[in-house]
Design a protein around this ligand. Structure first.
Ligand code: NAP
Length: 238
């Protein structure tokens, strides 16, 4: 998949990682970059075509697929973090995270799979997280949504292989955007994350692990859960 000459569509391009995707896709020579947002007036990236798009609204998704019939690279970036406790948190907020990360991403892929197929296969990038594989405590509801989006990524990759659509999952820890504002941890530069993702797409990678946190957690999944969750390692269930 060459970025140069591709026709890309980015969800959630108003700010954060999505804005960097739109910028770098233009810089790397994409023929067209559809930069989409719930409020298109928020998009200020030079050289893009702006489209309104709310990925949780099926009519909006269908309209975008009709307005962008030449897409060859779909970047499913849009996301929200409601960070609810699973036992005591607000169920509507937990549902909203699934509506965005799982149902919204699935709706986009179902709408654009025929478009990509008609255009030779192309590629899909799903912006996932280290929290697709790990529940940090504070962000447990977000982890559920990102895990669902990861399983969806694996499923559609298999289903779309026949039409030669490359499906890549992007995993990383904390990135310096509004989503992590006020949280005092080391954060990745969103421009570096996007560079790694686009390099991975061009290299034909099925999965891009941006940082040590992602690599460590993925490797630890092969072991006992107590390695990742030492707070439960002493529990004896009887
Ligand atoms: N920041 C991190 O630490 C981190 C780490 C790993 C993965 N991620 C993932 O990276 C992606 C981008 O996050 P970010 O850090 O850039 O967050 P951000 O700065 O909060 O930006 C989120 C973007 O998603 C858009 N969005 C939310 N719901 C939408 C919807 N229903 N339809 C269309 N657009 C919608 C927002 O649009 P509005 O401007 O309209 O709100 C905004 O453009 C997300 O999938 C997130 O889960 C983030």
């Amino acid at each position: 998949m060459d970025i140069k000459g591709s026709v890309a569509l980015v969800t959630g391009a108003s700010r954060g990682i999505g804005r960097h995707f739109a910028e770098q896709l233009v810089e790397r020579g994409a023929a067209t970059v559809y930069a989409t947002a719930r409020d298109p007036h928020q998009i200020d990236v030079p050289g893009v075509q702006v489209l309104p798009l709310d990925i949780t609204d099926p009519a909006s998704v269908a309209a975008a697929a009709e307005a962008a019939p030449d897409v060859t690279l779909l970047v499913n970036n849009a996301g929200v973090a409601k960070v609810q406790n699973l036992i005591t948190g607000d169920l509507a907020e937990i549902q909203a995270e699934l509506d965005t990360h799982f149902w919204g991403t699935l709706g986009m892929i179902r709408a654009f799979a025929p478009v990509l197929g008609r255009n030779g296969g192309g590629a899909i990038l799903n912006v996932l997280s280290v929290l697709s594989w790990f529940s940090s405590g504070a962000a447990n509801s977000y982890s559920v949504a990102k895990a669902a989006q990861w399983a969806l990524t694996n499923g559609v990759r298999v289903e779309l292989a026949g039409q030669h659509t490359q499906v890549t999952g992007l995993h990383m820890g904390a990135v310096d955007t509004d989503m992590m504002a006020g949280i005092d941890v080391d954060k990745l530069n969103p421009a570096d994350v996007v560079r790694a993702a686009l390099d991975g797409i061009e290299a034909g990678r099925l999965e891009v692990l941006v940082d040590d946190a992602s690599r460590h957690v993925k490797a630890a999944l092969a072991g006992d859960p107590s390695a990742l969750y030492p707070q439960v390692s002493g529990l004896i269930l009887s």
